[in-house]
Design a protein. Structure first.
Length: 411
C-alpha cells in the first residue's frame, strides 16, 4: 500500500510540509525537475528537500499546497494574488505542467488591475513587502505601481483643483487621484501655486503606510527619482513620509538606514527644483533637518545649503538654533558658518542692507550659544569672524558674547 506522504519539503527552516510527490509534481514543473534530479543523485524513494527564501515563506507554500490538493482550484483575491503569482513563477507552475495552471490564473486576475479600487492597490502593494525581491524581479511590483503612474501620466489637471473635503476612506480616490498626485505649472505662477497648494493631499497618509522600498520604486516608475524629481506635491508627500519615520520611536538611527537615504535625496532635489519660489528660509531649514536625519550626498546637501544661504537674511534666531547632538555639540555651529559664508558669496556687495541684517542676526546667535560649555573657542571665533566688516556698524554684540563665553569658561 503506497504511503500517503512520500515527500518532505522544508521551507526556510521554519516549517516542514509532508506531501504526496505525485500531487505536487503534477502542478509544479520547476519542483518536479528538482525532485527528479534529487532522485537520480540520491537513489531514494522518499525525498526530502529544503527550499530557502521561498516567496512568502511557509505561508506562500501553504497556499501552493492548497492549490495542488484542490485540483488547481483556489480563491484568488487582491490580498493573495501577488504572493500566489510569485510562488507560481518560482515553482514553474506554468502551462507546461498543467493547462489551468496557477500562473495563468493569477495573470488573468491581474488583467483587471486597472479596475481595482484604491484600497485594493494599497493592499496588494503592502503584501509585496515580505517578498519584495521576487515581486520586483518578476515585474509584478512595477505592474501594480504602474496603476498609480497611469493616473499621473494621463492627468491634464493641475494641483489647483479643489481638494476633497472628505477623508480618503470616504472619497473616491479612483476618480480624483490623478488630479492631485502631480501638478503642471503651466498657466500658473509660483505665487498662485504657493497660495493655493494644499499642504497635505488626501492620499498622503494612505501612501505613508507603504514600506520605503515600494515608495522608492514608485518614484522610479513615474520618473521622479532623485535629481529627476521636479514635482512639488510629490516632494511634499516625501517630506510628510520622512517626517513620520523620523518621529517614530522604533527608528533608532535613521542616518545609517540606506532604506530611506534615496528618498531623502529625492525630497531634497524636489525642494531645490522649486527653491525660494515656494519655500521660505524657515521652511528650507526645516527640510534640511528632516532629510539630514537619513543622510544626503555631498552634492545634494551643498545645493540645498546654497539655497538656504541665499535667503539667510529672512531667518530668525529660532531658525538657526538647530541641534547638533549627533556631532557632540548642542548647536550645529558648522552649519551656521557655512550658511553665512554662502550668503556673503551669493549677495556680495550689492546687498549691503541684507548683509547688515544677517550681521545683527549672527551677533544675536553668538550671544545665544556663548553659555554652551561644549562650544569650543575655535567654533566661537568661527561664528564671530564669518561675516565681513561691512556687516557690523559696531562690535558691541560680539563683545557681549565674548563676556558671556569667558564668564562661563572661567566658572
Amino acid at each position: 500500500m503506497p504511503k500517503p506522504c512520500d515527500l518532505q519539503i522544508n521551507i526556510d527552516g521554519q516549517q516542514i510540509f509532508l506531501l504526496k510527490e505525485k500531487v505536487i509534481s503534477k502542478y509544479c514543473g520547476g519542483l518536479k525537475k528538482l525532485l527528479n534530479h534529487q532522485k537520480r543523485r540520491c537513489h531514494v524513494k522518499e525525498l526530502g528537500i529544503r527550499i530557502n527564501d521561498f516567496p512568502g515563506g511557509p505561508e506562500g507554500f501553504e497556499l501552493v499546497s492548497r492549490f495542488c490538493y484542490s485540483n488547481a482550484k483556489i480563491q484568488i483575491t487582491v490580498a493573495n494574488v501577488s504572493l500566489l503569482h510569485c510562488c507560481a513563477v518560482y515553482l514553474g507552475m506554468t502551462e507546461e505542467s498543467f493547462s489551468n495552471n496557477l500562473l495563468q490564473q493569477t495573470e488573468t486576475f491581474l488583467e483587471r488591475i486597472y479596475h481595482w479600487k484604491w484600497n485594493d492597490i494599497l493592499a496588494s502593494l503592502k503584501s509585496c513587502q515580505l517578498f519584495y525581491a521576487y515581486a520586483d524581479g518578476y515585474g509584478l511590483l512595477e505592474k501594480i505601481i504602474s496603476v498609480l503612474a497611469k493616473f499621473v501620466q494621463n492627468s491634464d489637471s493641475n494641483l489647483l483643483t479643489s481638494s476633497p473635503s472628505a477623508s480618503s476612506s470616504s472619497s473616491s480616490p479612483e476618480s480624483s487621484f490623478a488630479q492631485r498626485f502631480s501638478f503642471s505649472s503651466k498657466k500658473t505662477t509660483p505665487e498662485k501655486i504657493k497660495s493655493s497648494l494644499p499642504r497635505k493631499a488626501w492620499w498622503f497618509d494612505d501612501l505613508a503606510t507603504l514600506p520605503p522600498k515600494i515608495i522608492e520604486k514608485l518614484f522610479q516608475t513615474i520618473g521622479a527619482y532623485k535629481a529627476d524629481n521636479k514635482d512639488l506635491i510629490l516632494t511634499r508627500f516625501l517630506l510628510h513620509y520622512l517626517k513620520n519615520i523620523a518621529t517614530q520611536s522604533k527608528v533608532v538611527n535613521c542616518r545609517n538606514s540606506n532604506e530611506y537615504a534615496a528618498l531623502a535625496e529625492t525630497a531634497a532635489y524636489g525642494v531645490i527644483s522649486v527653491g525660494k519660489e515656494i519655500f521660505s528660509c524657515r521652511g528650507l531649514l526645516w527640510v534640511l533637518r528632516i532629510v539630514s536625519k537619513f543622510g544626503l550626498s555631498r552634492d545634494c546637501r551643498t545645493e540645498l545649503e546654497k539655497l538656504i544661504g541665499g535667503m539667510l537674511d529672512q531667518a530668525t534666531l529660532d531658525d538657526l538654533l538647530v541641534s547638533g547632538h549627533d556631532m557632540g555639540v548642542y548647536y550645529d555651529v558648522n552649519l551656521v558658518i557655512r550658511l553665512v559664508r554662502l550668503f556673503v558669496d551669493i549677495n556680495g556687495s550689492d546687498g549691503l542692507q541684507k548683509v547688515k541684517r544677517v550681521g545683527r542676526l549672527i551677533d544675536t546667535y553668538l550671544r545665544e550659544i556663548s553659555p554652551d560649555h561644549n562650544l569650543k573657542i575655535s567654533k566661537f571665533l568661527g561664528v564671530a569672524e564669518c561675516l565681513p566688516d561691512t556687516a557690523r556698524d559696531c562690535y558691541d554684540g560680539v563683545y557681549k558674547a565674548i563676556d558671556i563665553y569667558l564668564e562661563v569658561e572661567i566658572v
